[in-house]
Ligand binder design. Sequence first.
Ligand SMILES: [Fe+2]
Length: 326
Amino acid sequence: MNTDIAQLVSVALYTPKPAESVAFFHDLLGMEISHREGQSVYLRAYEDFYQYTLKLTEAKQAGLEEVTWRASSPKALETVVMRIEASGLGDRWTDRDYAHGRAYKFCTPDGHRQKVLWDLDYFEAPPELKSKLRNRPSKRPLRGVPVRRIDHVNLMVSDVVKNTDFMLNVLDFKLREQKIGDGGAIVGSWLSVSALVHELALMRDSTGSRGRFHHVAYWYGAQQHLLDIADIFAERDVRTESGPAKHGTTQAYFMYCFEPGGNRVELFGDTGYLIFDPEWKTVVWNVANEVDLEKSSIWFGGQLAKSFYRYGTPVVLGHSLEEIGR
Ligand SMILES: [Fe+2]
């Protein structure tokens, strides 16, 4: 598929518990630490080809620092930046981020900080991490149940239509699935730039807040690994929210949990389904209809917790996990 954005590169998160957050991703999800700098730690999954896909930075509150996208070519980068600047949501060019070259910073209409680039550093495994599989950038780790690669990011928005239109018209995403609610209001969008059903989901924040983070997803490629990590989480009192189960929307096998800093993380079992059709017609779920409401959220495997539509980071007053309850 020929879009100006090629893929999701990385997600940068704030955490009030940096040591515990790093231990969660390193020890339980088997991620490797690529770099430490100041109050930040950079990590990658063992099949992530770039230097890092997750940056954790110490801060008072959990939340999103930035999402980074890679353009399809240097020319596509310039084209996208022209459209971002015309939208009025552009910020500036920067070349100061670790492992990322010249990049253009901007915001979504809701205020989520983003960055788009072409130049970046590929991961070069040191001898002890080198895999004999020539198409695997580093050895499969021995810790926890190692995730394989970053998959997608989910952002909570105050206005799904406005933010979806921005991603479609300015960033060149394709609209794969959508949920409409009472009165035809659009309450969620699943967008992609590849055959994946989504690299980005936008969901209505039912607290009415702007610019919050819902989750980052790492991919296993096998449902059994969700059961394995669920077993390990239960032994170690890691807080989980829903799953292992299967969504109707995107057909994903999933489990949601919270890293110690409070950010939601999704572990993604298989790929869902793939889209190769250049004339794809957006799949629409009408969640005002009870069957669609139930089947889109959970195809099988229990229920989504109440917190799923209300909890995000940063946490807003009255909407902590404890206050929302199960
Ligand atoms: Fe997700």
